[in-house]
Design a binder for this molecule. Structure first.
Ligand code: ZN
Length: 282
């Protein structure tokens, strides 16, 4: 199943994504579960799918604007330097433990929405990534049971302001400019993706391939990350973990490639979907 979060004339909604387009859950269902995070917390994905399929109302496609898959997660944990080829291009050594930093929800937009190059920097860079969403509470989860905690997968653009990222040893500033990242277009539930390491990620800038990598090239895979993160925090339904980017980012190119207003960026993962955003100036 595929689920998406969106707005119709500014009113938030969520529902199923099918070959016929969006099937929102009805208002009566939203009164009980106001967003996808609440659905995950209640273990009610199947009920949400049934409610959406029974709802005859469909939004006019031109009135729909996509939100991040989970618009207001409790946590967004990001993994840095996690692909072996990207580790080499950044001039680093493979880490012994996952490199974890955080993003705030306000730093993200949905698919189709503008992503924002900040006014204080010209070093705005792209990072195509696989993200996953937690489906059940998880603390001290062993690696062998970790995938049971994953509700599903989506595409992520961990937009990075490199000069701010590298001002100190901490990534937070360069990874949190408002609207600098994107998350979508939808959640593909995990029963459709038994082995995330078998997926392939492609990032295109104005149609040109910039990143193309097997997800299996990760230093720490999805199960490793659930196990590790659940040792230092309690993972909760709706929490988002994005798994790091492969090689080919703009910063590591010679000469560097920075995003400029008007650029179209696409992060595609086979079997999941395509996250597409256009760069605007702040
Ligand atoms: Zn990243």
């Amino acid at each position: 199943m595929k689920f998406a979060s969106f707005r119709v004339r500014g009113m938030p909604g969520y529902g199923l994504v099918t070959g016929d387009g969006l099937q929102p859950v009805p208002a009566t269902f939203m009164a009980r579960y106001p967003d996808l995070r609440a659905v995950l917390d209640a273990g009610a994905l199947e009920a949400a799918a049934a409610a959406a399929q029974a709802n005859p109302r469909r939004p006019e496609p031109q009135l729909v604007r996509m939100d991040p898959v989970i618009p207001d997660p409790g946590k967004i944990l990001c993994v840095g330097v996690n692909y072996l080829a990207h580790i080499r291009e950044m001039g680093r050594e493979p880490p012994d433990y996952p490199v974890i930093f955080t993003r705030y929800p306000g730093s993200l937009v949905g698919s189709g929405e503008p992503i924002v190059r900040p006014s204080v920097s010209t070093q705005y860079d792209f990072e195509g990534e696989l993200a996953f969403v937690i489906g059940r509470r998880a603390r001290h989860v062993p690696r062998e049971r970790a995938l049971e905690c994953v509700a599903g997968y989506s595409c992520f653009m961990d937009g990075s302001v490199r000069d701010f990222q590298r001002q100190t040893s901490q990534f937070t500033a360069g990874k949190n400019f408002p609207g600098s990242g994107a998350f979508g277009p939808h959640l593909v539930t995990s029963e459709e993706i038994p082995d995330p390491a078998a997926l392939h990620l492609t990032t295109r800038l104005n149609g040109e391939v910039m990143q193309s990598a097997p997800i299996g090239d990760m230093r720490f895979g999805v199960a490793d990350l659930v196990a590790y993160c659940s040792t230092f925090t309690e993972l909760e339904p709706g929490d988002v973990i994005t798994t790091g980017t492969p090689s080919g980012v703009g910063f590591a190119r010679n000469p560097p490639v920075w995003l400029v207003p008007g650029d179209v960026l696409e992060v595609g993962i086979d079997g999941i979907g395509l996250l597409r955003n256009t760069v605007v100036a702040e």
